[in-house]
Design a protein around this ligand. Sequence first.
Ligand SMILES: N[C@@H](CCC(=O)N[C@@H](CS)C(=O)NCC(=O)O)C(=O)O
Length: 215
Amino acid sequence: MTLTLYYHPLSSFCQKVMVALYETGIPFTPRFIDFVKEEDRDALLKVWPMGQFPVIRDEAKARTVPESSLIIEYLTLNFPEGASLLPRGGETEFEIRYWDRLFDLHVNQQMQIAMAERRKPEEERDAAASKRAAGQIEAAYGLIDAHMAGREWAVDDGFSMADCAAAPALNYAKLIVPFGKHGNVAAYHDRLTKRPSFARALKESEPWLQYLATE
Ligand SMILES: N[C@@H](CCC(=O)N[C@@H](CS)C(=O)NCC(=O)O)C(=O)O
C-alpha cells in the first residue's frame, strides 16, 4: 500500500476525501493527526509545510498532494477505480468542478468560518463575520435546492467528486443554517448520509463529535 492519508475524522475536508476513498475502495493507510499533539503536528508539517489536512503522500511516486479536490483528482488519474468520480472531458467534468467549487467555497468554508466564531470566547466573536457566512450558506442552499429538483446526485452521470464535497459540507452547515424551506437540499443530504461511503466516515467521526462547537 503506497498511499497515506493525513487526516482527522471530524474534519469536513478530510471527510470529503474519505468518502472518495471509501467510494472507490482504493487502499490507503490512515495517519490520524491530533493538532493538540506536537508529534502529530510535526509529522504533518514534515510532509506538508502549510500544516493543513487532508494531505496524501504517495510513497511509490514520492509525491505529496494537498487540497481535497486535488487529492481526488490524483486518485482519478492514478487509480482506475477512481475514474468515475471525475470523468474527463466535456460538460460532465465542468459540472462536477462547478458543484465541487460551490460546495467547498460557499458551504464548507463558510461553515468553517461560522464554527470558528463559535469556538471563540463570546466577547471575541465577530458577529458580522458569522452573519456573512450564514448568508452565503443560505444563498448557496437556494442554488442547490433549485438544482437538486428531480436529481439524485449533484451531476446526472452518477455519484462524483461533487457529492464527496457536498456530503460533509451540508452535514455540518445544517448546524449553522438549518435547511428549512429547502426541501430538495434536505432530501439530498438524507441520501448522502445513507450512502455507505459517507455513512462510514460519519460513524468514524462519532467519538470526536463531542468536540464540535454546536452553539
Ligand atoms: N482547501 C482545503 C481546505 C483544508 C482545510 O480547511 N483543512 C482544515 C481542516 S477541515 C485544517 O487543516 N485546519 C487547520 C488549520 O488550518 O490550521 C482543502 O480543500 O483541502
